[in-house]
Write a protein that binds this ligand. Sequence first.
Ligand code: ADP
Ligand code: MG
Length: 703
Amino acid sequence: MSNNVLDGLYRPKNVAVIGASSTPGKIGYTVVENLIQGGFEGKIYPVNPKADEILGLKVYPTIADLPAGVDAAVITVPAKLVPQAVEDCGKHGVKGLIVITSGFSETGQHELEHEIVEIARRYNTRILGPNIVGYLSNTEKLNASFAPFLPLVGKAALISQSGALLIAMDASTYTRRVGFDKLISIGNMSDVDFADTIEWLNDDPATACISLYIEGFKDGRRFMEVSRKSKKPIIALKSGVSAHGAAAAASHTGSLAGAAKVYGAAFQQAGVLQAGDLDNLFDLTLALSLQPPMKGDNLLIITNGGGVGVLATDAAERYGLPLKFAPADVQAELKKHMPEFGSAKNPVDLTGMAGNEWYMDSVRYALPHEWVDGLVVLYCETAMTDPVEIAKGIKQAIDESGCTTKPVTVSFVGGEKSAEAMRWLVENGVPAFGAPDVAVNTMAALREYARMREMVADNSQVEIKADRAAALKIIANARTEGRGSLTEIEAKQVFTLYGLPVTTTILAHSEDEAAALANKVGYPVVMKIVSPEILHKSDAGGVKVNIKDEAAVRDAYRTILANAKAYNASANIHGVAVQEMAPWGTEVILGSVNDATFGPTMMFGLGGIFVEVLKDVTFRVAPVSPAQALRMLGEIRGGPILNGVRGEAPRDKAVLADTICRYANMILDLSDEISESDANPVLVYEEGKGVKVVDARIILKKK
Ligand code: ADP
Ligand code: MG
């Protein structure tokens, strides 16, 4: 058992209740009552200056009167009295405080919250909360909360940022038959947060799987770091698609980076499964707390009904686990356990005639077979079979197969008896669901979990040697001129310092200089306005492409200046950039935001309407590993375009992925300076020919 600083809080040997009350209906009463009813085996110490006895327990007038060696104290006194209570507990050596009281940062009382944390720190006392329902643990028989009862016994732990949801989920554990060992209300996270708790749960023998309900938190990077190291599956339900950052966004990326997308990216990179909704959170929790991960892509489905078999097949495709035909030896063997008109291909259809025996023979044979990575067993209630018998048969066959390293999920479609059968299965460690779709969805999650863990384990990064000092100099220069952004020329210089391939771009201050530069760069050239006030150059008529000779250069120079002046008469114009014209390629956009929670974050999407209209983009928190970068390319809906469409050669994905990694390194290295940036577009050429950044934009952090 661990000797963690949080043991006092999460595994207390005794509990004090500060603000215990003898008045039923008060929280201070409910907590004492719950501690007793939960069956807590350690000492319970109610503290109240005005009572002698509460629910048969001796009451202590003050904290100082308590015996020595108090592990945890539940605090229920009004907010303004909490600092004193924390002080007294600290002095008395209490290790963990469960601060139920509300009226802190959630109502704007940031000072008060800060104060209690400061006091607790002085005594090395840890605080859970404030503004929480409390803490419940079946192992400890501890209901230190005002939630009515301990949850259905199970192997999962829930950490919830919403107290109301935690109480609701507590009750639903019984109706949904999804068991939890612990429910942790994390509230304002003034001290103990998700990351601390996940770390502690990793050493908790009673926890097999960690489920989270997240509204939002501050230190996204620490959460990622801890989750990445987690030996136990983590499933997160994130609520709130807030538009933070989007409102004031100056770049394309900024307007596309909603918090939800960045959280989603962070979950990916940290190996955290994301639940789509509350139902999904329960379903995944059940599957992940009972079954091992699925280590390969070969899913075998065994069914007694063609219909549910087809539904499951569709679902498998939808959830990224498309079915393959079983190999010949598997088919030949399974054929022995079904009538002539059955099918052994996959789904394996034992037909409606299937009884216990056939199910058992098939499961016992298939599960350990080297080809099979995971098994979904489906059953439609029939007149000839007893669902409970079938359930017991399936479980017995799993056990007899001797295979414990591959996951099995089950779905029974039917009535009361099927429900009873599934209940039996769950109680015996086999996740069972009323819909075939869910059995497959949870299996896909078991597969996804294994995939994510592999990627997380491979934390290789692209090595770059960048000239940071030179980049900072360019940025400092722009700042001395009072600018909040770099010009395209400056931005491309910074990009170059980080190894990103950009088009040669040189500033001309006069028509003659432009002509001379164009001759040097080589025709055709592109010319663009360079002005700190004109960020979107095309909008101002500030971009001319495919300029073929000197006369056209001179003409373009004059036109661009005239257009810029007409667009914004007060714009400060540095000149006109002359640059090499890159050949046609597939247009993509790379960009970055400095997310409030996760810091520098990369975006990738296809250019043009894909990004503007379809918002078909994907994110990763920097740094981005090569494997993650490649995954980004496949993640967007337009991804297949990079494989080459309508006779085009496949695009250079390797170099594009490498470019994403380098870009991510740049924004991480310069995270104190860059708030947003983009390379829009980057042209991607056929395999072996690389990419070219033709436009660059860097918005500086306000200082
Ligand atoms: P802005 O985005 O500020 O309007 P860009 O520099 O992106 O200006 O230029 C507009 C478009 O012109 C680009 O999307 C790209 O299609 C084309 N373009 C710009 N620079 C080049 C270049 N050097 N080579 C080829 N095409 C270019
Ligand atoms: Mg552009």
